[in-house]
Unconditional design. Structure first.
Length: 576
């Protein structure tokens, strides 16, 4: 697939969509309409809300314009001409956009027949080149320029592809993604919920919290085996620490601050690193103590616009499986390689085999000198190259304190998720006074490697739910088995099975409701519980159990004395 051509198709499709909207609804004002991943959108100002029926009409009009093969032409105008052109047709949003265009940049207007819009381009030569493989997908709200203080606009999303086959494949993926939506699964499986009183924060239910703790227990075991020391630091600290670290200046827009009764200003921590450095500084460190690997399951709080919140995937309060490795410059390569190996091993345990890596260098908004950044970027580049792993460049997307590697995993339906990160930081230890005594007897600042493997545990939980469509691996499932007697007279035997499994660490439920067995099977299957243990009079007499695995109609008969052995290996957490 030619990505450049695809972007042109989508860009033109966006314009043709806006053209169609204004032909059908002339009172509508257009704002911006960029290409996005897998499609495009346009934001419109219109008093009457668009409906699904409107989308059908707009899409039909788009096909008419494509069939007309309307020519596309470019006109370069002066700033004054552009303002005059858009003022005459009442497109006030365009005037604001023109005012924001840098003085040295050309003002371009693209005409699709008689319809036109302000645009940098480029575009195809005619509407017919778009083809017929496009579809409008949904309407959503969007603030003008992403600012909640501005007017709420209506955003129409669409997708466009080179061939009908590509479009059909994408729509099938969308349909599958909708079925796997973690918010839907969270409700169906009774895992968590959200509510208005705590926007962007999760209310975990018992089963969801069990799943969350399973992730922490797994990561704690892996980190313990890898030589990490776990700590915990305060959620709220005086703003002076965040000023010293650079967070308040470079990351302040994403932070929550509050004035306390004693007239001090505190901030909820948006990152764990400054707190970890305070632990590192407690007591003198020698070069013999390095590398020192320190981990923390730290709750962090970051402001996200309400319109950007999205279930577990985008929240304001989340837990990071953070770790910080304090080392010498000579140890950076080896420590980074160890982290990369650990990340890939962990993703494999969760069923993710296709991993890609991005190298992100210095952002515009950063702390530290160019000399420090040169050194940091070179160290990280050497490290990733030493692993032999392939990577691509992601320019300007590093953290404000250091360059980073981003680990992107691909799920069961082909979507990419950025999860783990590794960052080399030569700035923060110096800013916050972290030192060690070197072989020369002098004080030196350590290199600080920031490292997260799941990233956000909340988000990783959402990714897992969608990857497995809620049918989680047995070792991870919050409920691993349910014992269901066919009649109430079998309840004592069912309780005996339940007690034995519980004693051996299996997460098991006992279903002794006064319901028919078919109802129990159906109801527990909807909960995607991996194993159903069904017992009736025959099983009781034979001291046996009928076991049915989720998704299968086959039943396996095992003896009561073999029950522990049956579950022991199946329920084990991967150890690698």
């Amino acid at each position: 697939m030619d990505q450049t051509k695809l972007e042109l198709i989508r860009h033109d499709a966006a314009h043709v969509m806006a053209m169609s909207v204004q032909e059908l609804y002339p009172e509508t004002k257009v704002t911006i309409g960029p290409v996005i991943e897998n499609g495009f959108f346009y934001d419109f100002s219109r008093e009457t809300p668009f409906t699904d029926k409107d989308l059908i009409k707009i899409e039909k009009k788009m096909k008419e314009i494509v069939n007309r093969n309307v020519p596309v032409t470019l006109k370069v105008v002066s700033r004054a001409e552009a303002v005059d052109i858009f003022t005459k047709i009442g497109e006030n949003y365009k005037i604001e956009i023109i005012d924001s265009i840098p003085k040295e940049e050309e003002i371009k207007i693209y005409y699709h027949g008689e319809w036109f819009d302000l645009c940098r381009g480029p575009h195809l030569s005619s509407s017919g080149e778009i083809g017929k493989a496009f579809k409008l997908t949904k309407v959503a709200g969007a603030y003008w320029r992403g600012d909640s203080n501005n007017e709420m606009l209506q955003r129409i999303y669409g997708t466009a592809w080179e061939t009908q086959e590509d479009l059909d494949s994408y729509l099938l993926r969308l349909e599958e993604a909708e079925k796997r939506d973690h918010r839907k699964l969270g409700k169906e499986l009774d895992l968590f919920h959200f509510q208005e009183e705590a926007p962007g924060a999760v209310f975990w239910h018992p089963k969801g919290w069990t799943l969350f703790q399973n992730l922490i227990n797994y990561m704690r075991k892996r980190q313990d085996d890898a030589g990490y020391h776990e700590i915990n630091t305060p959620d709220i600290m005086d703003k002076s620490l965040w000023e010293l670290s650079g967070h308040l200046e470079k990351f302040g827009d994403n932070m929550f601050t509050t004035e306390a009764k004693e007239d001090r200003v505190y901030a909820l921590k948006p990152m764990n690193c400054p707190g970890c450095l305070q632990v590192y500084k407690w007591g003198m460190k020698s070069y013999r103590d390095l590398p020192l690997r320190v981990s923390e399951f730290g709750k962090v709080h970051r402001y996200e616009p309400s319109g950007a919140l999205h279930g577990l995937m985008r929240v304001r309060a989340f837990t990071q499986d953070d770790a910080h490795i304090f080392c010498t410059e000579e140890q950076v390569t080896e420590e980074s390689k160890i982290v990369c190996d650990l990340i890939l091993s962990i993703y494999k345990d969760f069923g993710f085999e296709k991993i890609s890596i991005k190298f992100s260098d210095r952002p515009e908004k950063r702390v530290g000198s160019d000399e420090i950044w040169d050194k940091s970027e070179l160290a990280l580049k050497k490290a990733v190259e030493a692993t032999g792993l392939e990577y691509t460049y992601n320019p300007g997307e590093g953290a404000f304190y250091g360059p980073k590697l981003e680990f992107i995993l691909r799920d069961a339906i082909g979507r990419d998720w950025q999860c783990g990160t590794l960052q080399v930081d030569l700035n923060m230890p110096e800013r916050l006074g972290g030192t060690f005594i070197g072989e020369d007897g002098q004080k030196h600042h350590p290199v600080m490697l920031h490292r997260a493997l799941f990233g956000s545990l909340e988000r990783f939980t959402g990714i897992l739910l969608e990857h497995y469509a809620g049918n989680l691996p047995l070792w991870l499932s919050p409920v691993q088995a349910v014992v269901a007697p066919i009649t109430s007279e079998i309840d004592p035997y069912a309780k005996e099975i339940f007690d034995k499994l519980k004693l051996n660490g299996v997460r098991v439920n006992l279903d002794i409701r006064n319901e028919k067995i078919n109802y129990k099977i159906r109801d527990n299957s909807l909960q995607k519980i991996p194993y159903m243990l069904i017992v009736g009079k025959q099983e009781q007499e034979n001291k046996s159990i009928s076991i049915r695995q989720f998704g299968s109609k086959d039943q396996e008969i095992i003896k009561f004395e073999n029950l522990t052995d049956f579950f022991e290996k199946k329920c084990m957490m991967p150890t690698n």
